[in-house]
Design a protein around this ligand. Structure first.
Ligand code: CA
Length: 189
């Protein structure tokens, strides 16, 4: 563990609070009050994840996210957006701009930490291939389309496996029936 998290947040009390919670959860962190501050060092010292406030004094966080995600040097760094904007359009926009997750203020510190773990698990799974450990006893093998509980293979149909696969893409998200069907069979059936 001991992943390095960069936190971009211009409200210093919130920044400090987040860093305290990160430290308590075993993460290293570095705080930035401006986007430019982070931009100056990210190419030489990349973090494992960025927590990004959207309302920053020097650059719109949404735009900054788009910049990071369109730059091959930084595109793989997961970003969790943090903002007071709770409107659904902003959430959708944030995800379209490449954010890996989105949390609105005020937020619960334990939810923040849980989401960080989920994002990091997903990103290490995406880089190191195709086995996802969901809990210590439960894992999914995406090469073989198999699920294991306590090292015993679970009998699943392909459809059941694919639904699990969809649900692991964004832990905690709720999907409508139609969205699941679209994922399974495309939206032209
Ligand atoms: Ca702010």
């Amino acid at each position: 563990m001991n992943e390095m998290i960069y936190v971009v947040e211009d409200e210093t009390d919130i920044l400090e609070l987040i860093r305290i919670k990160l430290k308590a959860a075993g993460f290293k962190s570095r705080g930035f009050e401006t986007a430019v501050g982070l931009q100056q060092i990210i190419r030489t010292e990349a973090p494992d994840l960025i927590i990004l406030d959207l309302m920053l004094p020097d650059l719109d966080g949404m735009e900054f996210c788009r910049l990071l995600k369109s730059d091959p040097g930084t595109e793989k760094i997961p970003i969790l957006m943090l903002t007071a904007r709770a409107e659904i359009e902003d959430r959708v926009k944030g995800l379209e701009y490449g954010a890996d997750d989105y949390l609105t203020k005020p937020f619960d510190a334990s939810e923040l930490i849980a989401r960080l773990h989920a994002i990091l698990r997903r990103s290490s799974w995406e880089s190191s291939k195709n086995v996802l450990q969901i809990t210590p006893d439960f894992l999914l093998d995406f090469d073989r389309y198999e699920a294991y509980i306590n090292q015993k293979r679970v009998d699943l149909t392909l459809t059941e496996f694919k639904i699990l696969q969809l649900l692991t893409k964004r832990p905690g998200w709720v999907y409508k029936r139609g969205q699941i069907l679209d994922y399974l069979w495309g939206n032209d059936n």
